[in-house]
Design a binder for this molecule. Structure first.
Ligand code: SME
Length: 137
């Protein structure tokens, strides 16, 4: 999905917009399912560079959302066992799945430097963004 150059630009702009407009969004990025492989691939993102360019299903918060098909809010990452750290500055995370034709094709991942910043407002906003993304890609 993100390998299409036009889509990549749209997704990159979406990351930048969210990152710039919401003060508690410090890392914003997309992961997409890699074909039939049971893994996620990093797509466009804004924020610190991450080692986690490929994440097996089930691993970390992202990998768990690839399997559960449900939004995962982590108010405090230090309390999570199955968590992949990208930066020591990250204190909390939200991952929202993206569905296309009913299939979980990827997700938006947001890290924050604040503890417990995510509310229903974030979930509503990100659900909306994921829906729009699924329509254009
Ligand atoms: N924290 C994520 C890994 C992705 S990086 O934060 C960008 C996780 O536990 O899946």
């Amino acid at each position: 999905f993100a390998s299409n150059i036009e889509n990549e630009g749209k997704l990159q702009k979406t990351c930048q917009l969210l990152h710039d407009e919401v003060s508690h969004y410090n890392w914003v990025g997309f992961y997409f399912t890699n074909g039939d492989k049971q893994e996620l691939m990093l797509g466009p993102y804004v924020g610190a560079e991450t080692d986690h360019t490929i994440i097996p299903f089930g691993k970390g918060i992202c990998g768990q959302v690839a399997v559960s098909n449900e939004t995962f809010v982590v108010p405090d990452v230090s309390k999570q066992d199955n968590y992949l750290s990208c930066s020591i500055d990250t204190k909390s995370e939200i991952v929202v799945p993206i569905f296309k034709n009913g299939k979980n094709i990827g997700q938006i991942d947001i890290d924050s430097h604040e503890i417990n910043p995510f509310t229903k407002k974030d979930e509503d906003l990100l659900n909306y963004v994921c829906k729009k993304v699924s329509e254009v890609i």
